[in-house]
Design a protein around this ligand. Structure first.
Ligand SMILES: Nc1ncnc2c1ncn2[C@@H]1O[C@H](COP(=O)(O)OP(=O)(O)OP(=O)(O)O)[C@@H](O)[C@H]1O
Ligand SMILES: N[C@@H](CCO)C(=O)O
Length: 320
């Protein structure tokens, strides 16, 4: 359960005093999530989510994330809307942490997605890319190639505690990706963490997309690679059917250029390395006292090994 910071009712009531959301009816810590503290907040005006930003989220980046969510919500993407207080400010301070109240989105994540859900997730990602094309703010991806190198240095020498051979695999992959990483591809506002737990479905249709706190200006095809990796590698097996459906769903909304398609195998490797490194770093640096389940770095080691072996075939050609 991702509750790093405990918020009591008195603090929630003091916060709500600044809003036109009515009185507090209930406050409940949310079980899912890794990065931030989340509470569901029931008030006389409805249901909301209170997020307190922890750890990796830099305060200076919050205006970008909140503005992007508002921009996308305005354009019909089912993203949470940050709720401003009576003075028009969405960004707050709760228990010494930056915090925000956002709209609650109905629906549930599907953690066993098949081709039907993958097609919809692909289309959602493409909608997000096209709706964000005129978003004016810029944020560099600090978990791009330079960030990977910095994270790898912080894990070096310790990763053997997690599994033998990880340091060598990571070092080799960093060099390979440094040589092959594309110089230029179509780019813009990207979600950068569109895993199945961040997409809600209701009555078989997408009803929400959450967790914009890694969003950044990135290659669109890299964002698709993050999504392919997380929706198509289930029980340590690659589903070529899921991948084909996701790419088809994406292309129904936004065309993929031949350069983007050609870059996908290398982008899939970069996206696998990114989550191997962040999970490994978290595994090596577990926060004492936090109620949180650390995600398995070795899932992404295995995916990286698979992509390294199969790279030329591309995502739809990978054996399931
Ligand atoms: N706007 C929302 N509407 C409904 N539920 C939400 C909303 N935002 C967050 N949640 C709930 O809170 C949980 C955690 O949210 P989120 O994924 O943003 O947290 P996180 O700690 O950043 O997680 P992650 O590990 O995915 O980075 C979600 O799985 C969902 O149950
Ligand atoms: N989606 C990430 C966690 C949040 O960034 C992972 O599964 O490693």
């Amino acid at each position: 359960m991702a509750v790093y910071t405990h918020v009591d009712e008195a603090e929630a009531k003091a916060l709500l005093g600044r809003y036109d959301l009515g009185g507090l009816l209930a406050l409940r810590g949310v079980a899912e999530g890794v990065e931030n503290t989340n509470y569901v907040l029931d008030t006389e005006r409805g249901r909301f989510v209170l997020t307190l930003f922890e750890r990796r989220v830099r305060k200076a980046d919050l205006p970008y994330f909140l503005a992007l969510m508002s921009h996308l919500a305005r354009k019909g993407v089912p993203a949470p809307n940050p709720i401003p207080d009576r003075e028009g400010t969405a960004l707050q301070n709760v228990c010494g942490r930056p915090a925000v109240i956002i709209s609650f989105l109905e629906g549930r994540a599907n953690m066993r997605p098949g081709p039907a859900q993958c097609r919809q997730a692909g289309a959602l990602l493409a909608r997000l890319h096209t709706a964000g094309a005129d978003f004016p703010l810029h944020r560099a991806n600090d978990l791009g190639p330079n960030g990977w190198r910095a994270l790898a240095e912080r894990c070096a020498g310790q990763s053997g505690r997690c599994a033998p051979g990880l340091d060598a695999l990571i070092a080799e992959e960093l060099s390979a990706l440094a040589r092959a990483w594309p110089q230029s591809l179509p780019a813009g506002a990207a979600h950068a963490d569109l895993f199945p737990d961040n997409v809600f479905f209701r009555d078989g249709a997408v009803s929400g997309v959450i967790d914009f706190y890694f969003a950044c200006t990135e290659f669109y095809a890299y964002d698709l690679a993050v999504c392919l990796n997380s929706w198509c590698f289930l029980d340590r097996r690659w589903s070529a059917d899921n991948a084909a459906a996701m790419i088809a769903g994406y292309r129904e909304i936004r065309a993929l250029s031949s350069a983007e398609r050609a870059a996908l195998p290398i982008l899939l490797r970069g996206a696998a390395l990114r989550f191997l490194l962040t999970r490994l770093y978290d595994w090596l640096n577990q926060v004492e006292g936090a109620i949180v389940k650390v995600k398995d770095p070795l899932e992404y080691r295995d995916l990286l090994i698979l992509h390294r072996a199969a790279a030329p075939k591309g995502p739809e050609g990978l054996a399931s």
